[in-house]
Write a protein that binds this ligand. Structure first.
Ligand code: NAD
Length: 262
């Protein structure tokens, strides 16, 4: 794995789950890392300290709310002030809400579109000038198998995740000659708090037990019948960051245990 010494990485939604795994993988290769998201202050501080032990370039936390464009611009400016302009931007923040579309709460629709889709626009817009100035950059958007196919009761999430795939392709074309790649990783179900937290709503929406949701809903369409591991996604992300992946851009790359092969 190529060293990322001298590179700065900014990962949205990285206080837990996939984003936190990405942060640790990037720090382990020497990148300076800024994490973002919500959670227990002491736990987040402990993660920052753990990241600092991996990367001598440093680590920091920014509490920016991805529903607030001004917060997102300030986060990119904060990262630039502390470590230099982000070379690697990972738009990863996400939430879920499960309900039939005719009962879907409007505030949940707005929040999901803001956090998953609009935040990627605002962060990318703020970070691209720095990447263009350096002639090198990596934008990686965390999509989903729901960037490619749908499941019922997830209208906002599916719309936002399909949107991020289109956004990825558009930005990739705009910066194709400037040493910047833009790609979308599309995981199947990964065992993280986001998945765990949607089980009660799915139980309610479909009238199922906990085990039925895990085995018959979540893993029903995942042919390998196993959750994707955060470390596996991190290894794909690290490949996309590497120089070996310089010709991969505008791609939606599935790691879904076979979900979208069906
Ligand atoms: P997670 O709940 O562990 O992490 C989500 C992160 O987003 C957390 O750090 C949380 O604090 C942060 N966040 C939420 N709202 C925010 C806001 N308003 N502003 C800033 N940060 C905010 O979930 P995860 O499973 O690690 O999900 C990460 C990404 O992966 C999401 O985009 C999700 O849609 C995607 N994804 C997850 C799975 C899966 O099975 N877990 C599958 C496909 C795609």
């Amino acid at each position: 794995m190529a060293s990322l010494t001298g590179r700065t990485a900014l990962i949205t939604g990285s206080t837990s789950g996939i984003g936190l795994g990405f942060a640790h993988a990037l720090a382990a290769q020497g990148a300076a890392v800024m994490i973002n998201g919500f959670g227990d202050a002491a736990a987040i501080a402990a993660e920052v300290e753990a990241l600092k032990t991996k990367s001598s370039a440093g680590a920091a936390y920014c509490p920016a709310d991805m529903t607030r464009p001004e917060d997102i611009r300030a986060m990119v400016a904060d990262c630039t002030a502390q470590f230099g302009a982000p070379d690697i931007l990972i738009n990863n923040a996400g939430i879920q809400h499960v309900a039939p579309v005719d009962e879907f709460p409007e505030d949940k629709w707005d929040a999901i579109l803001a956090i998953i889709l609009s935040s990627a626009f605002h962060a990318t817009k703020a970070a691209l000038p720095g990447m263009k100035a350096k002639g090198w950059g990596r934008v990686i958007n965390t999509g989903s198998m729901h960037s490619l196919v749908a499941s019922p009761y997830k209208s906002a999430y599916n719309a936002a995740k399909h949107g991020i795939a289109g956004f990825t392709k558009t930005v990739a074309l705009e910066v194709a000659t400037q040493g910047i790649t833009v790609n979308c990783i599309c995981p199947g179900y990964v065992w993280t708090p986001l998945v765990e937290n949607q089980i009660p709503d799915t139980m309610k929406a479909r009238g199922l037990t906990y085990d039925q949701v895990v085995n018959d809903v979540l893993l029903d369409k995942q042919p390998q019948k196993q959750f994707v591991q955060v470390e596996q996604l991190a290894s794909l992300m690290m490949y996309l960051v590497s120089d070996g992946a310089a010709a991969i851009t505008g791609a939606t790359l599935s790691m879904d245990g076979g979900w979208t092969a069906q």
